[in-house]
Design a protein around this ligand. Structure first.
Ligand SMILES: *Cc1c(COP(=O)(O)O)cnc(C)c1O
Length: 458
């Protein structure tokens, strides 16, 4: 086996990482993760790290599930691959389509398979526009999305997303994708209370529809809880008002469930937690607990009927749409979620416990707000409470906190100066205590360091 140094040298010489400053990483050296078990990662130096981010929001069942490995092994021997293009399908993909229809809210009976969340969102863009074209309203092409939403990294995914740094690279967004404000009270709420703010920001959707002309708007897309944007949990008033508006204008509504789907909020899907009725759900990540790459687009009856009856050929698809191994692993993952009552346990037991413990971190002098929902957590780091003013040079303090956390054996992610976590759904109460105490230790160390370096007001 190579040493860490050797791996880092090869990595620096050849490996272009996603969302990474290559030369900065080369100077610092990559962390090489060599194995994992339960909710713990092990790196090439032998450090044991609690994975507070479930990989990248996906490893719902934790690591080391033999059953998933065995299902993949058997499927690879039986049928490792065949496409779904030429009037063909395979048993795991068919079974998974039926299972997803059964799990989803009742108005979803059809699914289009993809290889990732980004591809699911690309498929949504094409399908939504095609739906309106088939209905004779081909001028309905505009899709409304939100600033600081995240919908993936392909050209359409990054366009739907509201990350300005992504738009700045590669000439995005693509035409007819526009953005409105996000329900991020801590940053954008000003003097409004959260519920007034939730209504006000939801009504930006209506204002945008009227500005563009309702006859030109195809769809709206949003994440129930914005994940990559900083675990932004909208005020209670937000989603009901959005639903009222999409209903009023009859536009299609996509719930990007790539993170919220499969139990993160304590329900199977985030839209069920918030009580919305989307026309599409985009899925990926925890659909296989990350053991195989797989995405899917759930298509509601309203859309599927037009599509199927008047459609003709939909000129879209991926080599790995309906991949038998990924589908077999997804089915086994869903079986385990059911058998072990993972999602019920999150909803009834872990989520209330988690929320109570996590919110106690708000007492720390650095924490302006501690948000929790399901098994999501976020901490807003600020120089002086109770003001909701961020640090100057936004992002520095967050990265410093994240680095300390990893040194303390906990993966947290920094989104500017918001520290976020989304641990595996199989975490135990004892492991939650370990996560919380590592987070608290990190806050204390960060506070001491910032005080020493003159970052805090006296
Ligand atoms: C991760 C993510 C995506 C993109 O999924 P990929 O599998 O990385 O393409 C899309 N939407 C949301 C909400 C995500 O968190």
């Amino acid at each position: 086996m190579r040493t860490t140094r050797e791996w880092q040298a090869l990595d620096a010489a050849h490996y272009l990482h996603p969302f990474t400053d290559t030369s900065a990483l080369a100077a610092r050296g990559t962390r090489v993760i060599t194995r994992a078990e339960g909710i713990y990662l092990y790196d090439s130096e032998g450090n044991r790290i609690l994975d507070g981010m479930s990989g990248l929001w996906c490893v719902a069942l934790g690591y080391g599930r033999r059953e998933l490995a065995e299902v993949a092994y058997r499927q690879m021997q039986e049928l490792p691959y065949y496409n779904s293009f030429f009037q063909c399908a395979n048993p795991p993909a068919i079974e998974l389509a039926a299972r997803l229809a059964e799990l989803s809210p009742p108005h979803f009976k059809h699914v289009f398979f993809t290889g990732s969340g980004s591809e699911s969102n690309d498929t949504f863009v094409r399908l939504a526009r095609r739906y309106w074209a088939l209905r004779g309203e081909s001028e309905r092409t505009v899709i409304i999305s939100r600033w600081n939403g995240y919908h993936g990294s392909t050209m359409a995914g990054a366009s739907l997303g509201g990350m300005k740094a992504m738009h700045a690279q590669g000439g995005l967004p693509i035409p007819d994708i526009v953005h409105i404000g996000q329900p991020y009270w801590f940053e954008c709420g000003g003097d409004l209370d959260p519920s007034e703010f939730g209504l006000r920001v939801a009504r930006e959707l209506e204002a945008k529809i009227l500005e563009i002309g309702p006859q030109r708007v195809a769809a709206f897309i949003g994440e129930p809880v914005q994940g990559a944007g900083g675990v932004i949990i909208p005020p209670k008033t937000y989603w009901p008002e959005v639903q009222r508006i999409v209903d009023k204008y009859g536009i299609l509504f996509a719930s990007d469930e790539v993170i919220c789907g499969f139990g993160r909020t304590g329900r199977w899907f985030g839209c069920e937690h918030f009580g919305t009725r989307p026309d599409f759900m985009t899925l990926a990540k925890a659909i296989t607990s990350g053991y195989q790459p797989l995405g899917a687009l759930m298509v509601s009856d309203r859309v599927a009927e037009v599509f199927i009856e008047t459609g003709g050929e939909f000129a879209h698809g991926y080599t790995y749409s309906g991949h038998p191994v990924a589908a077999a692993v997804a089915l086994a993952n869903l079986d385990i979620l059911h058998r072990e009552r993972v999602i019920e346990r999150v909803r009834e037991d872990l989520a209330p416990y988690w929320a109570a413990r996590w919110r106690e971190l708000a007492a720390h002098p650095l924490v302006g707000e501690a948000r929790a929902l399901g098994l999501f957590g976020a901490l807003e780091l600020v120089p002086a409470k109770p003001s909701r003013q961020f640090f100057k040079e936004r992002g520095t303090v967050g990265s410093r906190g994240r680095d300390l956390a990893i040194r303390n054996g906990l993966v947290m992610r920094a989104v500017w100066d918001t520290l976020i976590v989304a641990p595996p759904l199989v975490i135990t109460r004892t492991e939650i205590e370990e996560l919380i105490s590592k987070a608290a230790l990190t806050l204390d160390q960060l506070y001491a360091g910032l005080a020493q370096d003159g970052w805090l007001p006296r």
